[in-house]
Design a protein around this ligand. Structure first.
Ligand code: WTA
Length: 635
């Protein structure tokens, strides 16, 4: 595909940026004109952050899958759309051309429709990283159903919460999934979750591991058997449902500062335009690129840059089922060589973990296909940046440090590979359409440079969050009330003299553990469900590999022994999933609280960091003596 909106040099970037800010409607209308629409828009943008109300391309009709698939068939039907690398390197990889992927999506769309899934229905998807996961997303989009992907590492209770919140009557899963030397019994976990969800009408089960799952008659259906029925019925082509621009495309749950994860809602047209525009420009896409994004489709990075943006742009997406360290820590490098990956987009956590395994795993590997490297999900430390640059990129590949969030739909602040300058530790410049503002403690914009503040966005962009599912008020409170008239990201940032942004991390009660977002309140709720726990307070602390580790201070009513320690870990695994298990638990007699009962997390954070010198004023505490006790007992 030829992308007329592709920025070609630094001056082009300046021009595009200026146009996007001065005349956003004209700018985005020009970009949007390159997509395939059933009906053009009546109005490009309508917005009011105080409500919030955001509508892009209102009046337009489309189906995102016609843009991801159908429109490529004539010119490049035989081009690989999706390459899948299995968990076990001795198993065969699978490649889907654009034509084959379109067929698989159409089949799956029929499977869903024949079993009663209608436009607007919510479909939860809980699978491992198999091609059928990407196919399931696209099939939902094709029939106008709203997908809600649940990361394969979440627990039964997390699934049940999400199925309830979205009132999803359908779920797509697999018998199991492979990750390294582990086999995860997905269907068993789903069965446990659905015990409390009697309204679920059908569960579609893809066979991956071949273990025989328990099938509830009438409710549970095997994917292959349903697809066989579609074939037997004849016509495979599924006419795409015609969607309004602002119809929801999907829900994706993410953690915030309050207890319950919120369902971020993205809509059809704006998300499509934004993910494609950012994909093409940040990675500077070429026709023969093989884009290897190591994220899981259970997170926004996988939605936007394995599935939607990548396929809309007509590129080749390489997805991997397994883990970076199995059978050994050279796996990513083998995959890059095996499939000729030209772009490698990963997380700082993955890089740090591979660094820790030493250079022997990189010896003799063929990195010659690589052209661009990318980082996402957390601040990248300079050591990891240089390691990636030298050991993987051999100093020939630009590194893009891409800052964005589930809520932003796509990349917001990043250098453009080889086009705009990079600087280790800095995400650098905003993409066209993005208007970052740093706020001081008084809620005023910081105008000078080399200063830090809370990162807000002053203007809407097409891919932004539209609502939180079932509770629009929550969307308003979480993002639009702290700084009226602005979207507040929850991140802190510095801006240097060149106008480059350096993201310094969350300023709210959200942790970023190995690039996974977790709310401290969410983890505290889980710990509180463990018998014997009276109260807990969770904070983050710097962790060499994970970026941030989880430190829990716990008041218990019972014996504080190893069995309680284990019980807390197990409870957290059951309630949320293994990703939320605390790295350290310290049993305490009391927590540092103000006289009004508020926990002073600032103090706990300092103790968790081991920075005993800068604890600050504790005289306003209800019981200042607990601080010394906690310091003395640091885990
Ligand atoms: C963090 C992931 C520094 C940030 C796409 C943000 C980053 C949160 C970067 C969103 C980056 C993401 N540099 N920090 N390049 N990218 N973050 O919703 O704290 O899973 O708010 O989306 O990750 O995480 P989420």
């Amino acid at each position: 595909m030829n992308h007329s909106f592709q920025i070609k040099n630094a001056q082009d970037y300046q021009v595009a940026y200026r146009k996007s800010i001065e005349a956003p409607e004209l700018f985005w209308a020009t970009v949007a004109a390159t997509f395939s629409w059933r009906k053009p828009w009546a109005r490009v943008l309508r917005w009011d952050f105080r409500k919030p109300e955001i509508a892009w391309f209102e009046g337009a009709q489309l189906n995102i899958t016609e843009n991801c698939l159908d429109r490529h068939l004539q010119a490049q039907g035989d081009k690989p759309a999706l390459i899948w690398e299995p968990n076990n390197p001795s198993d065969s990889a699978r490649t889907f051309s654009y034509r084959q992927l379109a067929e698989a999506v159409n089949e799956c769309a029929w499977m869903l429709r024949n079993n009663g899934v209608q436009k607007g229905d919510r479909v939860c998807i809980y699978m491992g990283m198999v091609p059928e996961l990407a196919i399931a997303l696209l099939a939902c989009a094709r029939i106008g159903a709203i997908h809600s992907v649940i990361f394969g590492g979440f627990s039964a209770q997390s699934i049940a919460d999400r199925v309830h919140d979205a009132q999803a009557a359908f779920l797509i899963t697999a018998d199991g999934s492979y990750r390294g030397n582990k086999e995860i019994p997905l269907k068993e976990i789903v069965d446990e979750a659905l015990g409390s969800c009697p309204f679920v009408k059908h569960v579609f089960v893809y066979r991956r591991t071949g273990t025989v799952p328990n099938m509830q008659p009438g409710r549970d259906l095997f994917w292959d058997e349903e697809v066989a029925k579609v074939h037997a019925a004849g016509s495979l082509f599924f006419p795409a449902e015609v969607m309004d621009a602002e119809d929801p495309l999907f829900i994706l749950y993410t953690s915030g500062s309050t207890g319950k994860p919120k369902g971020v809602v993205h809509t059809c047209a704006g998300y499509m335009v934004w993910t494609t525009y950012t994909f093409v420009n940040v990675f500077q896409i070429r026709p023969d690129d093989v884009h290897f994004c190591t994220a899981d489709i259970g997170w926004i990075t996988g939605h936007s840059y394995i599935v939607y943006g990548t396929l809309c742009a007509g590129a080749t997406s390489l997805m991997f089922e397994g883990v970076p360290t199995w059978p050994d820590a050279g796996r990513f490098w083998d995959i890059i060589a095996r499939h000729g990956a030209s772009i490698f987009y990963t997380s700082p956590t993955a890089i740090r973990s591979l660094m820790a395994h030493g250079l022997s795993f990189l010896k003799g590997k063929d990195f010659s296909s690589l052209r661009v490297l990318g980082s996402v999900g957390e601040p990248i430390n300079e050591e990891a940046w240089h390691w990636l640059d030298e050991q993987v990129g051999h100093k020939k590949c630009p590194i893009v440090d891409t800052w964005w969030q589930t809520e932003t739909g796509g990349i917001m602040i990043s250098n453009l590979a080889g086009v705009t300058p990079s600087r280790p530790g800095f995400a650098t410049l905003p993409l066209p359409g993005v208007k970052p503002v740093l706020m001081n403690e008084k809620g005023q914009p910081i105008l000078g440079n080399n200063l830090s503040g809370n990162l807000c966005l002053a203007a809407p962009w097409p891919g932004m969050i539209r609502s939180t599912w079932g509770d629009p008020q929550r969307c308003r409170e979480a993002y639009f009330t702290a700084y009226p008239g602005y979207y507040f990201s929850g991140d802190g940032s510095l801006r240097n003299e060149k106008g480059f942004y350096r993201i310094t991390g969350r300023v709210d009660d959200v942790l970023n553990v190995s690039g996974h977002r977790l709310g401290t309140a969410e983890i505290e709720n889980a710990i509180g469900q463990c018998p014997g726990v009276v109260e807990s307070a969770v904070v983050g602390f710097p962790h060499d590999l994970k970026g941030q580790g989880i430190y829990a201070f716990v008041i218990s009513s019972s014996e504080q022994d190893a069995s309680l320690y284990e019980a807390i870990l197990n409870t957290v695994t059951d309630v949320i999933g293994a990703i939320a298990r605390p790295d350290k638990i310290q049993f305490v007699r009391g927590l540092p609280k103000t006289r009004s009962g508020k926990i002073m997390r600032r103090i706990l954070r300092k103790i968790a960091e081991g920075d005993m010198e800068h604890i600050g004023d504790i005289t306003t505490l209800l019981e200042p003596a607990v601080v010394d006790e906690i310091k003395a007992g640091r885990a």
